[in-house]
Design a protein. Structure first.
Length: 212
């Protein structure tokens, strides 16, 4: 078990990091604007679930290998960024369908598909790997039991905090979307805006830094 002092210190650090709008927040807000409250919340959940395999990999030592390998890190980075840009393009292409869906003229995309897309975005975010590799070991007490188990505990705390914070951002974005939804034209524009945010985010992730 992680000592209480270490756990509280990590929680404080994680809250500061999560509250500041970053890639996960921008992704969640963009999806909420494009897909609505349910789509935004499913995106938050899928993105957060993508953290779990990364946490497991870091706890078992695999994450450090990926973080130190320029080739592997770059591959994950490029795949994640391109997939994010692809989702943004799809949101722009189908912006009129989204407007019809709000008025009940069209069926929204599968919930499982929304969840799966967001999971892919979460698990292919190399910045998350770098963060966990660099930060989790600093809050582990070598005399407090299994190191991998402590890393799992810390990672799960981060997972819960990410769900709460990103979910709040998504709900706020969805609330603004409700007003836009009264006009099909405004709704189409908003969907395209959300798609543009995802494309921009993908571009930023693709172009910033070599490894971090």
């Amino acid at each position: 078990m992680v000592p209480v002092d270490n756990l509280l210190a990590f929680t404080a650090a994680a809250v500061v990091l999560i509250v500041i709008p970053g890639p996960s927040v921008l992704f969640s807000v963009g999806r909420a604007l494009a897909l609505g409250r349910l789509g935004g919340l499913l995106s938050v959940l899928g993105n957060a679930l993508g953290l779990l395999p990364i946490i497991a990999a870091v706890a078992l030592g695999v994450g450090a290998i990926v973080a130190e390998s320029v080739v592997l890190f770059t591959i994950i980075k490029v795949v994640g960024a391109l997939y994010l840009m692809y989702l943004g393009i799809q949101s722009i292409r189908h912006r009129h369908d989204r407007a019809k869906a709000v008025s009940g003229d069209a069926l929204p995309r599968s919930r499982w598909r929304q969840l799966g897309e967001s999971f892919v975005v979460g698990i292919t975010n190399p910045k998350t790997i770098a963060f966990f590799v660099a930060v989790l070991p600093q809050f582990v007490d070598l005399h407090a039991g299994s190191v991998p188990l402590q890393m799992f505990e810390l990672g799960f705390v981060f997972f819960v905090l990410a769900l709460i914070c990103d979910g709040t951002w998504a709900m706020a974005a969805a609330a603004a979307r409700t007003w836009f939804g009264k006009s099909p034209k405004r709704m189409a524009t908003l969907s395209a805006t959300g798609g543009g945010m995802m494309i921009g985010l993908g571009g930023i992730l693709l172009l910033t830094g070599n490894k971090h």
